[in-house]
Design a protein around this ligand. Structure first.
Ligand code: SF4
Length: 86
């Protein structure tokens, strides 16, 4: 008996998987508000999020432009920014 058996994957899972494998970096870059120009992660949102979350920070796109331009991407700044909107 084979250890790994064939599993039928629903069609919707396959299409979801396919979509996730295609990086939309060009589209992401066009709407990215990050003002730190030399960054190689611009438009590669998964790398951007992972990079900042390692330091308990958040990506530029989660901050309004005036706050984003301070480059303070800390959780503290995020909470300060949105605390009255919760
Ligand atoms: S938010 Fe950070 S990681 Fe993302 S593009 Fe800007 S500088 Fe790079």
């Amino acid at each position: 008996m084979p250890i790994i058996q064939r599993i039928d994957i629903p069609y919707t899972w396959v299409t979801r998987e396919s979509r996730m494998s295609e990086c939309k970096s060009a589209k992401n870059t066009s709407r990215c508000n990050c003002s730190y120009e030399p960054c190689s992660r611009k438009g590669v949102c998964c790398d951007c999020l992972a990079f900042h979350w390692r330091n308990r920070e958040l990506p530029a796109c989660l901050f309004p432009d005036p706050v984003e331009r301070t480059w303070d991407r800390s959780l503290r700044r995020f909470i300060e920014t949105y605390k009255d909107e919760a």
